[in-house]
Write a new protein. Structure first.
Lengths: 381, 314
């Protein structure tokens, strides 16, 4: 989860973020396996259903987000968030679809990410039924890890959506963006609708998932659900996303009506953003993506090892006048240096050795086929 | 049916109308501790009424998200007030979510407020949003581990189940795990509501503000809604702290007498917490922003201890 927070390339951010979601899915699967070991089959089935549900949801909202990023790339010819901004006014529908995807991936009610992450959490919390203390502690840490990634995901997508779409455009590309054609928007609309439907009516998908898990494990998942609510473990926890959605919608309409009835003022004036009395408001005064990620870089400094590069060019006449300031804050994620790069180097080295086999000589290839055939015949017998 | 609707409406009105009073009481106690007379405890009501009568000034840089967020905040808080066990253990709409769903509902409000902070295109808003989501993200593990600790001893994560189970246990206060979970949850409540030592709710200086920075551009009815929603969030958190950890007086049945005594008990508990917060805010200085993760890490350790004691002392 640390990688997407400092990433400024929209698509790479989304790709790194998939790592987090795969982690959640594997947490569910791992919990299912642990429950199975301790013969708590109903709970194992519950955890597995949660994992599968999250896989499906992830497919939905991640595809939606990637399509949104693609639409942004198509319209602005850049993926760098530091050059975007203000797209919500130029690409309003794409912005709405990307927002739906962001809310879903941050696991906020009432969309689909919430209910699947909720279900995963419930199955992890139910681990107290296992009476081995080490396992319980592992589960406690996994709950903490899940919570942390969930919070960081919300932070990451505030950044992704906020910097890309909101406020003023930070470059020419962003200023001249146009809404993408209807076919791209239709695809995104379909996925956004699916996010909403899977969120408020989980029963639609939980029924087939439960049947699938039953076929696999011959155990009924420890949950009941209908169109109203999802109940885990006979009352250990319940949630009613449909009613939450309805409640939110109803209250959202009631509040402005109530305000109108008490005679609240409805006048509105448009003016500039407060800029401490400066005469000009440009996009240079906005917060940048680098700045937004700064608190995280500080907190997780061990993982990021950020380096501050500050170049100040002074006016030749006097050091009190500054001509330009250039600030760069590159970070190298520790995983990249210690895990990914050595792995890539090993794979490259192995591939270079294996290249010897590709001699281009057809006779050589015929000999390979003969050897492979003989080996298979020996193995099969 | 009628009693259920009445009960829900009663809870809604108590939270909606009582939260400015709670904020007023905290400010008054703080003022007295600082040797001032302080404004009337009803001042937040006057402020909100004044704000509703003023025109809103909306920045040209903003989009619909800016105007949408105050209504969403008020909506999520009002919806939460229908779920939280303020008076009765089991509210009729309490089936909507357990405590985890409630925490995520709060996070929805925070998410949109952070977006609205970025929307105006000012450095203040961006800074406030960045800090706010960082703190919210770091407080999440503590919240869920504290919930785990509670759920372990209550055997359930549904709000009414927890309250019922704890109300039936007389020696609750002597349980170490319970007190540890309470401490962790209290620190998270301070962080989530922007109280000292995490954020100063009465300052408008960019060095010290997180929540105030995000709402800097709001005015008129938008600001009134945001201020009201913030008050409601504090009210709900304190109600959760009171009724989950010290469930004395909560109405176990829905008779008028039980509900009335639950109301009085709630008032007493909220007054106690309001004074405690005011005392804490007077005694403690605001932490440097990059020390806040240390505080949250400390509260996480306390919550983890609560879970461990619940496991090993069962």
């Amino acid at each position: 989860m640390n990688a997407p927070l400092i990433e400024h390339d929209l698509k790479r951010l989304l790709a790194y973020h998939s790592v987090e979601n795969i982690g959640i899915i594997l947490l569910g699967v791992g919990a299912a396996m642990l429950f199975q070991v301790y013969r708590l089959e109903a709970l194992a089935a519950l955890a597995l259903v949660a994992a599968l549900y999250h896989t499906l949801n992830h497919a939905t909202f991640k595809s939606l987000l990637f399509m949104g990023a693609g639409a942004v790339l198509h319209a602005t010819h850049t993926r760098n968030m530091e050059e975007l901004g203000g797209l919500i006014k130029r690409m309003p529908q794409t912005a709405v679809f990307f927002l739906v995807g962001s809310i879903a991936i941050a696991a906020l009610p009432p969309f689909n990410g919430f209910i699947s992450e909720w279900l995963t959490l419930q199955s992890l919390l139910l681990s107290f039924r296992i009476s081995a203390h080490t396992v319980n502690l592992i589960f406690a840490f996994s709950v903490a890890a899940l919570a942390l990634t969930s919070g960081l995901a919300a932070a990451c997508f505030v950044k992704a959506f906020g910097i890309t779409f909101l406020a003023l455009p930070r470059s020419e590309h962003a200023e001249q963006a146009r809404e993408v054609e209807w076919r791209m928007r239709a695809a995104m609309a379909l996925l956004a609708l699916l996010c909403v439907v899977l969120g408020v009516l989980p029963a639609l998908i939980l029924a087939p998932l439960e049947a699938t898990v039953f076929d696999l494990t011959h155990a009924h998942a420890d949950m009941q659900f209908n169109f109203n609510a999802v109940v885990a473990n006979g009352g250990f926890g319940w949630a009613a996303p449909l009613w939450m959605g309805i409640g939110l919608a109803v209250l959202f309409v009631v509040i402005p009506l109530a305000l109108r009835s008490i005679g609240a003022s409805r006048q509105r004036r448009y003016y500039e953003t407060w800029s401490c009395g400066r005469a000009l408001q440009t996009s240079r005064f906005e917060y940048t993506a680098t700045a937004f990620a700064n608190p995280f870089k500080r907190v997780f400094a061990i993982l990021y090892r950020p380096v501050k590069d500050l170049d100040i060019e002074f006016h030749p006449e006097s050091r009190y006048f500054v001509r330009t300031i250039e600030y760069e804050n590159p970070s190298r994620l520790i995983f990249e240096d210690k895990i990914y790069r050595p792995l890539l180097r090993m794979i490259n080295a192995a591939a270079r050795r294996a290249r010897v086999l590709q001699s281009g000589n057809v006779h050589g290839y015929l000999v390979y086929i003969l050897i492979a055939l003989v080996a298979l015949l020996i193995l099969a017998s | 049916m009628l009693t259920e609707v009445t009960l829900e409406l009663l809870q809604l009105f108590i939270v909606a109308l009582g939260s400015p009073l709670l904020v007023g009481i905290i400010r008054k106690v703080k003022a007295r501790l600082q040797g001032r007379r302080g404004a009337s405890v009803f001042q937040p009501y006057f402020d909100i009424r004044k704000l509703f009568s003023k025109e809103t000034v909306v920045s040209e840089n903003t989009s619909w998200i800016f105007r949408f967020t105050p209504y969403l905040l008020a909506t999520t808080m009002l919806l939460s007030s229908l779920i939280v066990p303020a008076l009765a253990t089991r509210t009729p709409l309490g089936f909507m979510g357990n405590i985890i769903a409630l925490m995520y509902l709060f996070l929805l409000g925070t998410f949109f407020l952070a977006l609205a902070g970025l929307d105006a295109g000012s450095a203040f808003g961006g800074m406030g949003s960045s800090r706010e989501v960082a703190i919210a993200a770091l407080a999440e593990p503590t919240v869920l581990i504290a919930i785990f600790g509670i759920a372990l001893r209550a055997g359930t994560t549904s709000l009414d189940g927890i309250v019922t189970r704890f109300a039936a246990e007389p020696l609750l206060m002597l349980n170490a795990g319970h007190l540890l979970a309470f401490i962790a949850f209290f620190i998270v409540a301070l962080a989530e509501n922007g109280r000292l030592p995490v954020d100063n709710p009465s300052t408008h200086l960019e060095l010290t503000m997180i929540h105030e920075a995000m709402i800097l551009e709001y005015s008129g009815r938008h600001l009134a809604l945001v201020e009201w929603a913030t008050g409601m969030k504090l009210f709900l958190f304190l109600t959760l702290l009171s009724n989950l950890f010290f469930p004395w007086g909560v109405a176990l049945t829905n008779t008028p007498i039980a509900l009335f005594s639950a109301f009085l008990a709630l008032i007493v508990k909220l007054l106690f917490f309001a004074s405690a917060i005011a005392l804490l805010e007077t005694a403690v200085a605001k932490l440097r922003l990059f020390r806040v993760p240390e505080l949250l890490a400390g509260s996480f350790t306390v919550a983890l201890l609560a879970v461990v004691t619940a496991f090993f002392l069962q």
